[in-house]
Write a protein that binds this ligand. Structure first.
Ligand code: GLU
Length: 294
């Protein structure tokens, strides 16, 4: 399987941004090799590794160390220092404060069960890329009630007021440039009032990924096609914050001989286990879809 026939602009900056929730498997290796290969083929291209570890309950430092060890073993080089999101929570907080100051966020006190009940009671709910859109319960709280609940210290998430955010988006609508496909429309509305700071983690994947890609000067977001559906929301966040628009390069997900997606939960072999079984890096790169080397 060839990585892609397309190539990137001079000075392209790509990245591999895993969450250290387990050992890397072949699907991850494919993603890392994809981003690395695109940067390597671009004149003056650069490749970054970013550890997306805001979820302290699921991420572990030993998995983070294993990621670096495994991709080095595969033959990849990346720039240092590596950005670890958990070291930068104050920056994400500051970004959220900027949206809050513009009236684009509101606290949501609902539990998952309460949301599920509301959605069921409504009979139908618009379905977004992350499931049924939030019914807006806490958006409709009176100012007094909201303040009283905050004063009582009730745990809450922070949600984006999608209608208010869309009102600030460019008049002609949002779009994104996909490598090899051209410009595609981006409609974030189906996400509804998406969570930007979780109850248990005071940030979210969507916020941190856009924040860091902008901060780190990533010019080409290289990742699996399973995240393509998130791109319209990412374009909205980039527009709200005035962050530059990167190019997107979503790669197909690696599948096994039977066409099943290789994911950890399906028992995809870890790079570590292949290495321990005596396979050479070039052989594992081949299994990860890059027979032509890293
Ligand atoms: N951290 C995300 C993951 O492991 C990937 C983020 C991205 O590439 O945008 O699924």
């Amino acid at each position: 399987m060839a990585a892609t026939g397309s190539s990137l602009h001079t000075g392209a900056v790509t990245r591999f941004a895993p969450s250290p929730t387990g050992l890397l498997h072949l699907g991850h290796a494919h993603s890392a090799l994809f981003g690395h290969g695109l940067a390597r083929r671009a004149p003056g291209g650069r490749f970054l590794l970013r550890i997306e570890d805001i979820d302290a309950g699921r991420c572990r430092p030993d998995f983070s160390a294993a990621i670096e060890e495994d991709i080095a073993w595969l033959g990849l080089g990346w720039e240092r220092p590596v950005r670890r999101q958990s070291d930068h929570m104050a920056e994400y907080r500051a970004a959220l404060d900027r949206l809050a100051a513009r009236g684009l966020l509101y606290p949501c006190f609902c539990t998952r069960a309460e949301i599920a009940r509301e959605v069921a009671a409504a009979g139908h709910a618009p379905h977004g890329p992350e499931g049924p859109a939030y019914p807006g319960t806490c958006r409709r709280l009176s100012r007094g009630e909201r303040e009283a609940r905050l004063a009582r210290g009730e745990t809450h998430a922070l949600r984006l007021d999608m209608a208010a955010a869309l009102a600030e988006a460019p008049a002609g609508g949002l779009s994104f440039e996909e490598l090899g496909e051209g410009r595609l429309p981006a409609d974030p509305a189906p996400f509804g009032d998406v969570v930007l700071a979780r109850k248990d983690v005071p940030a979210s994947y969507h916020l941190c990924v856009c924040h860091d890609d902008a901060l780190q000067g990533v010019t080409a977001v290289t990742r699996g096609v399973d995240l393509k559906a998130a791109t319209p929301l990412h374009r909205l966040l980039q527009s709200l914050f005035g962050w530059p628009e990167p190019l997107y390069a979503h790669h197909p997900l690696l599948a096994d001989a039977a066409g099943r997606r290789l994911a950890k939960r399906d028992g995809a072999p870890s790079i570590r286990s292949l290495r321990q079984a005596g396979h050479a890096p070039a052989a594992v790169r081949g299994m990860a879809g890059f027979a032509d080397g890293a």
